[in-house]
Design a protein around this ligand. Structure first.
Ligand SMILES: *[C@@H]1O[C@H](CO)[C@@H](O)[C@H](O)[C@H]1NC(C)=O
Ligand SMILES: *[C@@H]1O[C@H](CO)[C@@H](O)[C@H](O)[C@H]1NC(C)=O
Ligand SMILES: *[C@@H]1O[C@H](CO)[C@@H](O)[C@H](O)[C@H]1NC(C)=O
Ligand SMILES: *[C@@H]1O[C@H](CO)[C@@H](O)[C@H](O)[C@H]1NC(C)=O
Length: 164
């Protein structure tokens, strides 16, 4: 029931949020997330940054390759361009195995050939939540206590019967 409601809300949000062009995105920890960014063709530089990281970036592609010098350590080996060729200007970024610490506002900026300066393309607010705890443990626990209570009552009744 709860799961059903969750999915319904999610679907509604996907519809409503998408139609309003919002760039809010929620993920569960452990998932791989794609931060979408669609630029025009002839990309020279791609920079993905997060406002709270200061000078360190999430991902930087420059001079024909990925540059790692000032990449924030938490993104080491966890980010990849969705399309390494950046065909048709798709510079979306895949962020693997997200944690709650990846929550933040991500900005995608590019330099197109023949222009100078980073041009902001998209801003995405990513919110990562811990995976909901499965209620299996709870149900098992309740069942076990149920059995114990029944056993105790039965035991008590038998005890009374023998005593009486
Ligand atoms: C995204 O979510 C944040 C916090 O939940 C909210 O403050 C902000 O207005 C939202 N932005 C959009 C574009 O929906
Ligand atoms: C995330 O991506 C990695 C490699 O790209 C893959 O091995 C892993 O199964 C993916 N994880 C999820 C939750 O999809
Ligand atoms: C994902 O991250 C968690 C903690 O951040 C780590 O324990 C786990 O091994 C990682 N999983 C993968 C597939 O890299
Ligand atoms: C998040 O960051 C805090 C402080 O930097 C760290 O203690 C914690 O282990 C991190 N959590 C995850 C899931 O990476």
């Amino acid at each position: 029931m709860v799961v059903f409601l969750g999915w319904t809300l999610l679907s509604v949000c996907l519809l409503v949020c998408a139609s309003q062009g919002q760039k809010n995105f929620t993920a569960e920890s452990g998932q791989n997330v794609t931060l979408t960014c669609q630029a025009r063709k002839n990309i020279q530089t791609v920079k993905w940054s997060r406002a709270d990281l200061g000078d360190e970036y999430v991902f930087l592609y420059r001079d024909g390759r990925e540059t790692l010098v000032h990449q924030h350590p938490s993104f080491k080996d966890r980010v990849d361009l969705k399309d390494k060729q950046m065909k048709d200007g798709d510079v979306s970024l895949i962020l693997k195995n997200v944690t709650i610490n990846d929550t933040g506002t991500y900005e995608c900026r590019v330099v197109e050939t023949g222009t100078s300066g980073l041009k902001p393309i998209s801003i995405i607010y990513l919110s990562v939540v811990d995976q909901p705890r499965r209620p299996v443990g709870l149900i098992v626990g309740l069942s076990v206590s149920g059995v114990l209570i029944v056993a105790a009552v039965v035991g008590f009744v038998i005890y009374r019967k023998y005593k009486g």
